[in-house]
Design a protein around this ligand. Structure first.
Ligand code: BGC
Length: 752
């Protein structure tokens, strides 16, 4: 090595004692990347594009880890290693033994917490509170980065309007405006104020794009999305995340309009880089590069590598398709080395920005106290309180009055489950630390109250979950029908001798999430029968739902007096649910997704267009003859233990204001929501579109004026006729209220 290149190398890996406290100037980043690239062999460059899965134990059929390959520079990144000691060990090989000492980037799905498990993303969106979302992801980032995980595969911002799709749980629901706000908050929480801020992690906004529209709600299935829907509904949260500074993007698995997202030049280059000016890098979803062959898009793995890299995928997650094929492609002259360099550049730049060259290792001794921080638990509990949605509360059964009940039955397959309360992306926590609903109630009411549990019935998937398959988990034999009948009887007996029943029903944590689609939205197993039998006793009954998707609970919605949608509320979920049930917290969450009456209404969402006379009007002809077309619960819906009055709507120019008053006797939160409708123009626009929201906390009697501004962005849309963003000079209806059925109405005319 010449003295010149050696000094360049040294400047590239210059070691500082402390992590960067401010962003490294971009000029410096560029210089360091240039210097590295000059010294890298073709193989080393391709190595940077290669990411390997490292599972806790070898998984059949998956490439396995080999220390010598790290030293050779064959890997740029690992995913699924989450232990500080293991990360340090692997990093030492890369930094000490590889020729150019380029550190590895460790990534993981830190979706709703790392050691401290927060509510599932759909729940966090239900908080309608970006500040809470940001704080939660900042906690997750702090814990993950302490362990050496510097990159999260989040936020997942796929709009989903089909609750059969299990991954609806991982996103912010059906609405692009809410989805964009939550996406921005997540990027800010995870990444901090700049990429490389200590205690923060790099984000990967996913799954680019259109994964949420999977045909039939079947996970991984193709999406067919019109250009109008793509630009107006599916792309905005990605754009918001990119504008907020998301450093990486993950390309999706499925075909979008017939072209696999991971080989989709339109998405990855035309939209992402050329239109949005994205400067970071793209990682494929797991094995998606290899699977271009499965799609019938690439003729063989070499073709897959070539198509995917040309479309704009920098890093191959897991499939080894790049590392096994690109070198030959370049040597045979089928691919230019400069094209590879272009793909390596943003990866090296990101490693530099993250300060990995300066601080490749983590302090293993510091992790314990960070993971155990009591403020992290408190934050998770608060987030769970804020994300619950009160769906029904007849006769003000809730909050339960402490001291009124001397015995409480907590019934249901998840009543005392500390596993399910966490949701599906809880990968590295200690599940035994999670608080079940029964435990939360016990701790709340103390020894003076008899709290007993009964499972009522068992619920199971009929096929193993993805994680069970990967981790080789074997579950015991399911209960027989007779055994379930006996469990139901035991539960009914318990409820009969208790003053009140809290039923914890829904879906186990492996029933929502990846590879967890369903054809039904009913309560799985015999839970509905259980519920109806316990209800028939005639004693007070509260239903707490743990689930990641809207469920068709139409019977409960008519018969069960109190229903609290708790989603998967995370490790502090039991505490938060007990706080809510007993009035130490007041529910203020709202539905980020429409609840259908039945699966047959799917897809159903509030922002539809009007193409015929609306239901209730004189010219209305029924759409379904067996059900109304309206949902069970609309988007934005949620009750409180207090009441609010929203009045005095003023619409002047593009400024909107309303007064909101707490008219009840308890402090509580209302989410004031602003919807608009464009009355005419170059396209028929949805009957309502959310364009503003604010969650306010009010003491009894207190009032507040809430202000919104409708900017040009909010009044524009992508026109399929003009194939660009347009702002029609139209009148707009404006509604402000507490859900998407808001009735307080005003009119916005074009500014003259
Ligand atoms: C999922 C991604 C995830 C990746 C790595 C894939 O199966 O679709 O969302 O980030 O695995 O775990």
């Amino acid at each position: 090595m010449s003295i010149f290149s050696r000094s360049l190398l040294l400047s590239a890996i210059i070691t500082l004692a402390a992590p960067a406290q401010q962003p490294i100037p971009e000029k410096q980043v560029e210089k360091r990347v240039d210097s590295l690239l000059k010294q890298m062999t073709l193989r080393e460059k391709i190595g940077q594009l290669n990411q390997l899965f490292v599972f806790p134990q070898p998984v059949p059929g998956m490439p396995s880890l080999n220390d010598e390959d790290i030293a050779k520079g064959d890997y740029g990144s690992f995913l699924f290693v989450s232990d500080a000691a293991q990360i340090n060990r692997l990093q030492h090989i890369a930094v000490d033994k590889s020729r150019l000492h380029i550190p590895l980037l460790f990534g993981l799905d830190v979706i709703h917490g790392f050691k401290t498990v927060f509510p599932a993303p759909i729940a966090m969106a239900a908080s309608f509170d970006p500040a809470t979302v940001e704080r939660a992801q900042a906690v997750a980032a702090r814990e993950a980065s302490a362990a050496g995980v510097r990159w999260t595969f989040a936020p997942m911002v796929d709009i989903a309007r089909d609750p059969r799709w299990g991954r609806i749980m991982e996103g912010a629901g059906e609405d692009p405006f809410l989805g964009s706000a939550i996406a921005r908050a997540q990027v800010k929480g995870f990444q901090g104020s700049y990429i490389g801020e200590p205690g923060h992690v790099l984000t990967s906004v996913k799954h680019f794009a259109g994964y949420g529209a999977a045909d039939g709600g079947r996970d991984y299935d193709s999406s067919y999305i019109s250009d109008e829907q793509l630009w107006n509904v599916y792309l905005p949260p990605f754009h918001a995340a990119v504008e907020a500074g998301a450093g990486t993007v993950m390309s999706a698995y499925m075909d979008l309009n017939g072209v696999p997202a991971t080989g989709n030049r339109f998405l990855l280059t035309d939209v992402l880089r050329d239109t949005w000016n994205f400067q970071g890098f793209v990682v494929s979803d797991a094995f998606a590069v290899r699977d271009l062959v499965t799609h019938g898009f690439a003729k063989d793995p070499a073709d897959a590598a070539s198509l995917s890299i040309s479309a704009g995928v920098n890093m191959d997650m897991g499939s080894r398709t790049y590392i096994d094929n690109l070198e030959t492609l370049v040597k045979e002259g089928r691919f230019k080395e400069t094209q590879i360099e272009r793909m390596v550049r943003p990866i090296l730049a990101m490693k530099i920005r993250l300060g990995l060259f300066e601080t490749p290792y983590v302090d293993e001794s510091a992790t314990k106290s960070i993971f155990a921080a009591s403020e992290h638990k408190a934050e998770a509990r608060r987030a769970a309180q804020r994300s619950a949605v009160l769906l029904r509360n007849e006769g003000a059964l809730l909050p339960l009055i402490q001291g009124r009940y001397s015995s409480i039955a907590v019934i249901g397959p998840m009543a005392d489950s500390f596993i399910d309360i966490r949701g599906s992306w809880a990968l590295v926590d200690d599940p035994t630390q999670a608080i079940s609903v029964a435990r939360g109630i016990r701790e709340k009411v103390g020894n003076g109250v008899r709290v007993e549990t009964a499972m009522g019935c068992e619920i199971r998937r009929n096929v193993p979950s993805m994680f069970d398959m990967i981790l080789g988990v074997k579950r015991g034999t399911p209960l027989t029908d007779q055994q379930n009948t006996t469990e139901i009887e035991k539960a009914v007996t318990l409820a009969s001798r208790s003053d009140v029943s809290v039923m914890v029903l829904g879906e186990t944590q492996d029933m929502s999430g990846e590879a967890a689609s369903r054809t039904s939205l009913d309560l799985p197993g015999r839970q509905e029968e259980l519920l109806e039998k316990v209800m028939a006793i005639g004693k007070p009954l509260v239903l707490v739902l743990l689930n990641g998707r809207p469920l068709s609970i139409h019977w409960a919605a008519e018969h069960v007096p109190a229903i609290l949608e708790a989603w998967y509320p995370g490790a502090e979920g039991g505490h938060a649910v007990a706080d809510l049930l007993f009035g130490d917290a007041n529910p203020g969450g709202k539905l980020p997704v429409t609840f259908p009456r039945t699966v047959g209404q799917v897809p159903i969402y509030y922002a539809h267009t009007l193409t015929h006379q609306p239901e209730g009007s004189p010219g209305f002809v029924s759409r379904y003859w067996d059900e109304p077309s309206s949902p069970l619960y609309p988007f934005g819906y949620g009750l409180s233990y207090t009441t609010f009055k929203i009045s005095n709507l003023k619409v002047e120019n593009h400024k909107v204001s309303v007064d909101v008053q707490n008219t009840g006797a308890r402090a509580g939160d209302e989410v004031v929501q602003l919807y608009i409708h464009q009355k005419s123009g170059r396209a028929s626009r949805p009957v309502r579109l959310l364009k503003g929201f604010e969650r306010v906390t009010l003491a009894p009697g207190e009032s507040k004026t809430v202000h919104f501004t409708l900017t040009d962005d909010e009044l524009s849309y992508w026109s399929a006729t003009d194939r660009k963003w347009v702002h029609d000079r139209s009148d707009f209806d404006v509604w402000v209220g507490s859900d998407s059925n808001a009735t307080l109405h005003g009119n916005l005319s074009p500014v003259q």
